[in-house]
Write a protein that binds this ligand. Structure first.
Ligand code: FAD
Length: 556
């Protein structure tokens, strides 16, 4: 029986995407005791469950840490929102539920950069292990029978087909499976949704494990420091409403507090850049200058259109009967638009010819921009948000001071690399071509932003600086590698210390060309094997002809 006073074999810090999966997997071995610490609450709320209530979930102060970046010099000095989920489930409590693994070559680049064991062939079995794909499993690329439910968008809004038709007219191909051999082209999203409700590692992996006597989950408990004895991590200091706690770890401590708060906790514990910590009066226990560096994220610059046509999701008199029907349909059968996210399709394109993989994601949204004072779009429209997939800009997370409850300083240093601007400018131009095509003519839409006055590169760059935002995929602040600046090695062990690993978004060697959640579940699956000393699964052999066909209808 696990017990706080006795300590645990493993203490996992942060009950988000990675932490819930890891704690559940580690505790499958009943001989090992596991404690999962989560600063937030249970993560149960109707706003989380209903996929269509996503904006309400994101706006909830109890579910979102609501960090902000420091002023961004290349974005007109703006502070950029950095939402992070809070509660069991972590950022997946408030995320867009998109299940996309990025480009297979991203992982080969990880391995080539020093992350031995993390090539696509080696990590593909871990993606399959966690997945139950309703549409594509079981195949080389997909799993059936895994804990996390994945399904494609059901009954997409007709505007998605205008998006596909326009892209087909421009020479792009439709992909049944954006998570197959190749994602270049367009397709419907795959989503982390089960029977019409949001699926997270908390709902899929942790909750079914909660009855295990060897697993203790402490919510409302924030880790404030990792205790070192010499080079060995031995305990976690934490605080809850009842006071301070010391959680001893007999085997290992694993940080899964995410790309902002894992480096924060390391630095609060005296593990980080000695100069920075010394300046704040924090005793340096282990000088590791890479901690908090390499922060990067995906930047997006949307093209918004407005129309009187009521085909899009939105609140209007003409759409009222349909909206009421959709609410009733969801309440009765968990189907319809409220059982999907709004971002139903996407395209992956090369912003210039000759690249070896797409460098821009066009996120299509059959809805107008939501009003700041109302969670749903008032009126009708649609948008394409070009997202730069491989930013070169690198920033840093640092501490504002030694107070563990103070927000860290988050500086993604967006657009500091000039190469990050052209893919966004080209993406805006491509989005405009799509909206100017005959496929969209019937909607008689007008562009509301950037607006027809912005045409030249300089005008579009000015728009991007004024309006671009990140799509909430911060990574790499405890970068994995085998070089002197790496924070963790390919076994996810903090370099130079014993019994301490990091296993979340912060270990990405570099950002993948897509949404990050699925890759983080994969990291947790592999971390479990690494921690328990289990041999890895055999690397996958595959070729493009193995890409499965969708079971469901799709545009030809
Ligand atoms: C608004 C939004 C939309 C997104 N949309 C998508 C999407 O559609 N698809 C996709 O793939 N990805 C998406 N993402 C990204 C994805 O959700 C995250 O990359 C992923 O959830 C991060 O997982 P993680 O385990 O690294 O950290 P998190 O899931 O953020 O978990 C960290 C956990 O640690 C807890 N914690 C932090 N500090 C402490 C401490 N000191 N003590 C105890 N607990 C602590 C936090 O409360 C949190 O629960 C989105 C993210 C956001 C915010």
């Amino acid at each position: 029986m696990a017990d706080v006073a006795q300590g645990f074999d493993y203490v996992v810090v942060g009950g988000g995407t990675a932490g819930c999966a890891l704690a559940a997997r580690l505790s499958e071995d009943s001989r090992r005791t596991v404690c999962l610490l989560e600063a937030g609450g249970s993560g149960r709320s109707v706003f989380i469950k209903v996929p269509g209530a996503i904006v309400m979930a994101q706006r909830s102060a109890s579910l979102n840490w609501r960090f902000q970046s420091v002023p961004q010099a290349e974005l007109n000095g703006r502070r950029i929102p950095v939402p992070r989920g809070r509660g069991l489930g972590g950022s997946a409590l408030i995320n867009g539920m998109v299940y996309f693994r990025g480009n297979p070559r991203d992982y080969d680049a990880w391995a080539a950069a020093g992350a031995a064991g993390w090539s696509y062939r080696e990590i593909l079995p871990y993606f399959r292990r966690s997945e139950h794909n309703e549409n594509f499993g079981s195949s080389v690329y997909h799993g059936r029978g895994g804990p996390m439910n994945v399904r494609s968008v059901t009954r997409p809004n007709p505007l998605n087909f205008s998006f596909f038709d326009a892209l087909a007219g421009l020479g792009y191909s439709y992909r049944d499976d954006l998570n197959g051999a190749d994602s270049e082209g367009m397709g419907l999203r795959q989503l982390s949704i089960r029977r019409g409700t949001r699926e997270t590692t908390a709902s899929a992996l942790l909750r079914p494990a909660l009855g295990r006597p060897n697993l203790v989950v402490l919510t409302g408990t924030q880790a404030t420091r990792i205790v070192l004895e010499g080079r060995r991590a031995v305990a976690v200091e934490a605080r809850s409403a009842d006071g301070g706690l010391l959680l001893k770890a007999h085997r290992e401590i694993v940080l899964t507090a995410g790309a902002i708060q894992s480096p924060q906790l390391l630095m609060l514990s005296g593990i980080g850049d000695g100069e920075h910590l010394g300046a704040l009066g924090i005793p340096v226990r282990h000088d590791l200058p890479g901690v908090g560096r390499n922060l990067h994220d995906h930047l997006a610059s949307p093209v918004h259109m407005r129309t009187r046509d009521p085909a899009s999701y939105g609140v209007s008199l003409r759409a009222m009967p349909r909206n009421l029907w959709n609410i009733a349909e969801y309440l009765v059968s968990r189907r319809g638009p409220l059982a999907n996210n709004v971002f139903e399709s996407a395209a992956f394109v090369k912003s210039v010819p000759g690249l070896d993989k797409p460098d821009v994601q066009l996120v299509f949204q059959p809805a107008k921009r939501p009003d700041p004072s109302f969670p749903y779009p008032l009126g009708h429209g649609f948008a394409i948000s070009p997202v730069g997939l491989y930013p070169r800009s690198r920033g840093r997370v640092t501490l504002a001071g030694p107070d563990p409850f103070a927000a860290p300083l988050i500086d993604p240093n967006l657009l500091s690399a000039p190469e990050d601007l052209p893919p966004l400018i080209n993406g805006i131009r491509l989005a405009r071509k799509i909206f100017a095509s005959t496929a969209f003519a019937k909607y008689r839409a007008e562009e509301t932003s950037p607006g027809s006055a912005a045409q030249s590169d300089a005008e579009l760059a000015a728009y991007i600086r004024a309006e671009a935002y990140t799509v909430h995929h911060p990574v790499s602040t405890c970068r994995m590698g085998n070089d002197a600046a790496a924070v963790v090695d390919p076994q996810l062990k903090v370099v130079g210390l014993d019994n301490l690993r990091v296993a979340d978004a912060s270990v990405f060697p570099s950002i993948i060309g897509g949404n990050t959640n699925a890759a983080i579940v994969m990291i947790a699956e592999k971390a479990c094997d690494l921690i328990l000393g289990r041999p890895p699964p055999a690397p996958e052999t595959f070729d493009a002809s193995d890409t499965p066909k969708n079971d469901t209808d799709h545009p030809a």
